[in-house]
Design a protein around this ligand. Sequence first.
Ligand SMILES: [Ca+2]
Ligand SMILES: [Ca+2]
Length: 218
Amino acid sequence: MCNFKYRSTFAVLFMIVQLNCILKTDAQEDNDLKIEVLQKSDKCDRSAQKGDLLSMHYKGTLEDGKEFDSSYNRNEPFQFQLGIGQVIKGWDKGLINMCVGEKRRLTIPPHLGYGDTGAGESIPPKATLIFEVELKKIEDGPPPVNVFKEIDANSDNQLSREEVSEYLKKQLPEAEAAGMKDLPDQDKIVEEIFQHEDQDKNGLISHKEFSGPKHDEL
Ligand SMILES: [Ca+2]
Ligand SMILES: [Ca+2]
């Protein structure tokens, strides 16, 4: 989801750092996610589990059929770690147990996608997202790192703008070195992160609000 990393707040941060967490599972939320298997895999030695590094091809459309992003256009699968908040929840939940070669269609309600705010110009507020995905590769993911703890420099269990900003300052050169181009302005990333993560708008991201990796165990 190359373009996603610029549009999605927390994804900007976490795709840069590529780390781990336990996602809160909510049975209610799972009910709204529709998973259709379009093509089964001929042979399946290993299925995708939380913490695995996946290479996927995908095409994302809105309900009206308008395509907003596709890895096929870039001719390169998208790589991310499953189940740890690097991607939208609909992906983290909808790709579990998938086999290499399998194709699925995920119909993702807004609260498991980009929510009430949407993302960038192509994903409007409260959008239902339809992804056709194809799993190309499963590899072992890196060990978990508690990103919340790393950002929370003064250990008060809250993330301030300054702390997030400092953290990004350290991460951005690495991201650029890893070949990410056209990263948005750092202040803009911070503002976007706060827009999504600081739910009660008190200027701090609490441990509870933080949607990214925040536990020491996978
Ligand atoms: Ca703090
Ligand atoms: Ca807050």
